[in-house]
Design a protein around this ligand. Structure first.
Ligand SMILES: [Zn+2]
Length: 455
């Protein structure tokens, strides 16, 4: 039974010192004891924390990170001009490329402190839209990448049916995404079979892409396919989506959703950037998770989430790396807090009186991430999955005790403070590096060299 000894650990009882954590064969925490001494076979770390879950990722986009930072020829660069580049890029990718890029992104996530990921997977077919012989070919590639890296995977096959709220047909790059309902049902069944090869902490959810790509009947059908599983959807990321919804349904996206469906705790709504105050409060009260992707939202110029109002109304949130332009747990949390500070011209916006911003941000993202993935993780407690991250507080400025560790890491630190990471007890990052980093990096570099030749 693997055992960890930590100088200090964050537990449901608060920060405990000289902590031993043992892990069972199913990757769950077996015992947690404080005021102990290190034993000979134990992995010794400095500060041990529950590791975050990344609640929103499109791994293939890691391969185009940095390729869309050159200004276009005329007009204003926007999400929509970025999306054109993204569609061109994805049409170049073979199944082998998709697997290599996914493995690289998953490895980077683990090195950045994410033990698990919800992969919002919409790339299903060949360029032009013809299905592969195996409808689950690309789901199998994501699963293989998760298997190689050991990350905890919740796969979210995406239902993508239309090119806009008005129901226009798919075009161009979108042809790789589309399924009719019987086709999607077959894909979901195949994905469930593929995932049986992964460790038992694997999860399967379902994700209608957005209100642009799925209408009321599509969403209803997706809900019925897996009635208990995580249910994710992009919403209200762009003002053009608000305009389309107003034109077709005479309602804003979140207001329409709350009026049309019984949104509850299994829902995770990605972005929620453009909401009126009543939408923000209404969404918070459903118990659904707001899936925030602050680094991507900043990169794409989306806008700023109304976090104080949402949290005040009891809303849950987690963070995701989405476009994977940058993969960093702490930069997501920092960007979230800083965007609020810049908008409100205030400090320490998301903590209550006397609370630490780092502790509050990290704690809420732990709980929201676990809920969104349907994963029993997020606390160092017996019975929970051993999703754990260790950081070396000597690499942070200032305080090395208590909540100061999280304030120091989130606001002043960087990813290099991470020494170890376990995904459901799998000890994949040691001395700051993924144990398969050499092989995964080499394959990624060669894959990208060949893609860039075709670009
Ligand atoms: Zn997304």
């Amino acid at each position: 039974m693997p055992e960890i000894f930590a100088r200090i650990a964050l537990t449901p009882q608060g920060w405990l010192k000289n902590v031993q954590v043992s892990i069972d064969a199913d990757g769950r925490i077996a015992t947690v004891d404080s005021e102990t001494r290190p034993g000979p076979e134990m992995t010794q770390v400095d500060a041990l924390l529950p590791a975050l879950s990344n609640l929103h990722s499109h791994t293939f986009q890691r391969g185009m990170a940095g390729l869309a930072e050159r200004r276009g020829p005329a007009g204003r660069d926007s999400f929509w001009t970025w999306r054109e580049i993204m569609y061109r890029f994805l049409d170049l990718l073979s199944p082998e490329d998709i697997e290599a890029i996914a493995a690289f992104a998953f490895m980077e996530m683990q090195e950045a402190g994410f033990a698990a990921v919800a992969e919002f997977h919409y790339l299903h077919h060949q360029p032009g839209g013809a299905p592969y012989d195996d409808v689950g070919e690309l789901s199998a590639r994501i699963a293989a990448a998760a298997s190689q890296t050991g990350i905890g995977l919740t796969l979210l096959p995406v239902l993508y049916r239309h090119g806009g709220v008005d129901g226009r047909p798919l075009a161009g790059g979108q042809l790789r995404f589309g399924n009719d309902l019987p086709g999607f049902e077959a894909l979901m069944a195949r994905a469930a079979t593929i995932l049986k090869a992964l460790p038992v902490d694997v999860g399967l959810g379902v994700a209608p892409h957005s209100l642009r790509a799925a209408n009321r009947d599509d969403i209803q059908a997706a809900l019925a396919l897996r009635p208990e599983s995580p249910f994710h959807m992009h919403i209200a990321e762009q003002e053009a989506e608000i305009d389309e919804m107003l034109a077709v349904h005479d309602a804003r996206p979140v207001a329409w959703l709350l009026d049309t469906f019984e949104v509850d705790r299994r829902w995770c709504l990605i972005h929620c950037t453009h909401m009126l105050p009543e939408e923000t409060i209404g969404l918070a009260r459903t118990g659904a998770v707001a899936g925030l992707c602050p680094v991507t939202e900043a990169n794409l110029g989306d806008g700023i989430f109304d976090a104080p109002r949402f949290v005040e109304a009891g809303g849950s949130f987690g963070v995701g790396s989405d476009s994977n332009i940058r993969i960093s747990t702490i930069e997501e949390l920092r960007q979230l807090e800083y965007s609020q500070r810049l908008r409100d011209r205030a400090r320490v916006v998301l903590a209550g009186p006397g609370e630490s911003a780092g502790r509050v941000l990290y704690g809420k993202a732990l709980a929201g991430g676990a809920q969104a993935l349907g994963r029993e993780c997020g606390t160092i407690t017996p019975g929970g999955l051993a999703d754990l991250v260790a950081i070396d507080t000597e690499r942070l400025p200032g305080i090395s005790d208590g909540d100061g560790i999280l304030d120091g890491w989130v606001f002043c630190g960087n990813g290099s403070a991470i020494t170890d990471l376990w995904s459901a007890g799998r000890h994949m990052v040691r001395s700051g590096r993924h144990i398969h980093a050499g092989e995964i990096r080499a394959r990624y570099r060669e894959t990208m060299r060949l893609i860039m030749d075709r670009l």
